[in-house]
Write a protein of this length. Structure first.
Lengths: 202, 202
DNA sequence: TTATATATTGAATCTATATTCAATATATAA
DNA sequence: TTATATATTGAATATAGATTCAATATATAA
């Protein structure tokens, strides 16, 4: 007999992972339509043909990655919501960690860049649009919840919590975009500056 | 004899303008590589072939439009810098007018979306990259100047003016992106919330 | 060792679309 | 009217690159 199913699965998992990593690298830098299937295959260290044993098309890889990307942000948001502490502690923690992550690792910024590109194009495949429609709003809702709780506590400024949440994410996305798309981006602002928008003065 | 040179020029100007308008519409929504030359021609109401009497390639239209787009922002920034008033008045005026424009007309947001896409892709033609390298930084410098003057006046908070300027544009870009890429985006935040980041409390 | 299942290869095909070009339409100066 | 310059058309061409597929490599159970 040949390899066991378990062994084949391990091989396929490894190959699938390198395809996904390679594809995220390329898509996040060049977008769906400027990325060549050959780019991805080469970067993953496999032949073009093999890619089609894992995904039926270039678009299918994209859909998969968009879903992953949104899930990551949702997961992090939920984790923030469910942690102990006041609204101020949560927002400050979020800002501090995100700004730090942007500078230290490329993960957050890469993911953010990838999603930004998808969101900015109406040419994305309908399946991608569907995932975006279902999931993109969730992190906005979660931050709005946290801010609403802060208004109850009396710490957060007045105003529609959802609008404040929009402002929160606009800052994150704006800074992240700035940071990834610039040669030498300089420093990021202190998190307290951003935080000060959302909270009353003592 | 046939038409005068002046008359031909008028015809060509009109055609060129509709090509540029159509191309900006398409590029800003779908990006360079997902936009088909046929899309642009159709939307401009001309035949594909004619496009090549005005531009040597799809990329050339793109370069032209990127330059226009950056020039518009630079022009507005310079105008702000040179107006009378304190730093606070200028920044407040800028925030107020931009937020209003985002909601009222599509011009600013369309331009912003277009530039965001270009900036987020390393697949853009080298000529576009060149224009971006030359011009993208200027609005950041101008806002930094204004904020530095505000620090002299004592109204603007401490910190590297260029970093504050980054934060200013991150807010503008983040909100603009939010607003154009959402079906029913809801309200934009009050400009004073953003402004409060940059100025000391009375 | 060997048989076998499946992971992998890369050249061949097929298609979409950017670009070219020969022919046509148009408008006005004479 | 007519001659003419040039704006315009759209079908033909060329090509890049997505997808397919027949052949090969690999690894292990027997």
């Amino acid at each position: 007999m040949a390899r066991t199913e378990e062994q084949n699965e391990k091989i396929r998992d490894a190959t699938r992972t390198s395809i996904k990593n390679a594809a995220l690298d390329k898509f996040s830098m060049k977008g769906l339509y400027a990325t060549r299937i050959q780019d991805i295959a080469e970067s993953a260290g496999i032949a073009q043909g093999l890619l089609y044993h894992y995904y039926p098309s270039k678009e299918a890889i994209y859909v998969d990655l968009i879903d992953d990307g949104l899930e990551k942000i949702i997961e992090a948001s939920l984790c923030l919501r469910d942690m102990d502490g006041t609204a101020k502690e949560k927002i400050d923690f979020a800002l501090k960690s995100i700004l730090q992550t942007i500078q230290i690792s490329s993960n957050f910024a890469q993911n953010s860049r990838f999603i930004t590109q998808a969101v900015n194009s109406t040419a994305i495949p309908p399946e991608v649009q569907k995932v975006l429609d279902e999931k993109r709003d969730i992190p906005y809702q979660i931050i709005a919840e946290i801010l609403a709780a802060g208004q109850e506590e009396g710490s957060v400024v007045d105003g529609d919590p959802r609008t404040l949440s929009t402002l929160f994410w606009a800052n994150i996305n704006g800074l992240s975009a700035y940071f990834t798309t610039w040669k030498n981006p300089g420093e990021l602002p202190d998190y307290r500056l951003i935080s000060s928008m959302f909270f009353r003065r003592e």
